[in-house]
Design a protein around this ligand. Structure first.
Ligand code: FAD
Length: 302
C-alpha cells in the first residue's frame, strides 16, 4: 500500500515512497510492497541518496520490471527506480548515442534510426530499460546489447561514479558479470551510419514478427528460461506436454511455451511454483536442466 510521499533527507530532490506496491512496476503485475522506493531526480541526487543509506540496507535496482519476479511478501529494503527518472539521451559523436539507464530500449532504437544510425533495431521490441538491458545483456534476432557498448558509467553505494569499458565485464548469453556493488548509470552505444528509414522499417518488421509469435497484451516476463545450447526452451517445455498448464493464475502460454502468463489473478507464488514445476518436469523427462532467465528476488518484508 502506498502511504504517500515521505519527507526526504535534507537536500534530496527525488521522491521517496513507503510501502510502494511492486506489482505496479513489474510486467507480470505481481509482487508485494517495497519498504522504501526511491525515484531520483538525477545522477547527483541519486549519489546523495545512496551516500545517506544505511550500508546494511538491501538494495534493488528496477528498470521496467520486465524480467523480475518479486515475491508476494515484497522487498524488505530500498528499490531504486530508474525508469522515468534517469532518462536523458543524446547523440554523441559521429556514431554514438549516450543514454541514461532509465531510457527505454524502444525509445533508444527509434532515436537511433531517426539519427541515421543502424544496429540497434533489435532493441525495439524489448520492453525494458537500457539499465536492465546492460544487466541482462538483452538481445533478440541475433543482436545483443553489449555488442554495441562503447562504455558505461556505474555508481556504487557510496555514490562514487566510475567510467568502465566492456573489457571490465564478463559478458555472456543473458549474463553479465562485473564488479560487485556497482550499478549502471548510463552508457554510450557505438552504432553504424546507415539508412535510417530502412532501420525504421526493420523495427516495424521485427515488432510484427513478435506480435505473430508471442503472447501480447497479457502480463508476462518474456522468455522465462534461457535456451539451452543447441536447443529451445519452448520446444522442450512443449515436448513434455506443458503448454497451457496452470498453477493458480499462472499459465504456460498456449502461444509460446517459454512464456508464463498471468491470467488475471496470479500471485508471485503461483508463478514461482510453475517455474519449478516446469524445470522438474523437463529435467525428469529430457535430462535437460533449464536455467531461468528471469531474476527472482528474495527478501520478503519481515
Ligand atoms: C513481452 C516481453 C518480451 C521480452 N523479450 C525479450 C527479448 O527479446 N530479449 C531479451 O533479452 N529480453 C526480453 N524480455 C525480458 C526483459 O525485457 C529484458 O531482460 C530487459 O532487459 C529487462 O529490462 P528492465 O528495465 O525491465 O529490467 P528489470 O526487470 O527492472 O530488472 C532486471 C534486472 O536488471 C537489474 N537492473 C535494472 N536496472 C539496472 C541498472 N541500472 N543497473 C544495474 N542493474 C540493473 C535489476 O536489478 C534486475 O536484476 C522480454 C520481456 C517481456 C515482458
Amino acid at each position: 500500500m502506498t502511504v504517500g510521499t515521505l519527507q526526504t533527507a535534507v537536500g534530496l530532490r527525488g521522491e521517496l515512497r513507503e510501502g510502494e506496491p511492486l506489482a505496479q512496476h513489474t510486467t507480470w503485475r505481481v509482487g508485494g510492497p517495497a519498504r522504501r522506493f526511491y525515484r531520483p531526480a538525477d545522477t547527483e541526487d541519486l549519489a546523495a541518496f545512496l551516500r545517506g543509506l544505511d550500508p546494511a540496507e538491501p538494495l534493488l535496482w528496477l528498470g521496467l520490471g520486465s524480467n523480475l519476479l518479486v515475491p508476494d511478501a515484497g522487498f524488505a529494503g530500498t528499490v531504486i527506480q530508474t525508469q522515468g527518472c534517469l532518462s536523458r539521451m543524446q547523440r554523441q559523436g559521429a556514431n554514438g548515442i549516450f543514454a541514461e539507464s532509465g531510457v527505454s530500449c524502444a525509445k533508444l532504437a527509434r532515436f537511433a534510426a531517426r539519427q541515421g544510425l543502424v544496429g540497434a533495431e533489435f532493441l525495439a521490441g524489448i520492453p525494458g530499460t537500457m539499465g536492465g538491458a546492460l544487466a541482462m545483456n538483452a538481445g533478440a534476432w541475433g543482436g545483443e546489447t553489449w555488442a554495441h557498448v562503447a562504455r558505461v558509467r556505474t555508481i556504487d553505494r557510496q555514490g562514487r561514479v566510475r567510467a568502465r569499458v566492456p573489457a571490465d565485464y564478463a559478458v555472456g548469453y543473458r549474463e553479465v558479470k562485473g564488479k560487485a556493488g556497482e550499478w549502471f548509470l548510463d552508457l554510450v552505444l557505438e552504432l553504424r551510419q546507415g539508412d535510417g528509414e530502412a532501420a525504421m522499417a526493420r523495427i516495424r518488421e521485427l515488432l510484427d514478427q513478435r506480435a505473430r509469435t508471442q503472447p501480447t497484451g497479457v502480463p508476462s516476463c518474456g522468455s522465462v528460461f534461457r535456451n539451452p545450447p543447441g536447443d529451445h526452451a519452448a520446444r522442450l517445455i512443449e515436448s513434455v506436454g506443458l503448454k497451457g498448464f496452470r498453477i493458480g493464475g499462472a499459465q504456460v502460454s498456449e502461444r509460446h511455451a517459454n512464456f508464463i502468463i498471468n491470467t488475471g489473478d496470479a500471485r508471485a507464488d503461483d508463478i514461482g511454483r510453475l517455474i519449478e514445476h516446469v524445470m522438474l518436469a523437463v529435467e525428469q523427462r529430457t535430462g535437460v536442466r533449464l536455467v531461468p532467465e528471469v531474476r527472482r528476488i528474495d527478501g520478503g518484508i519481515k
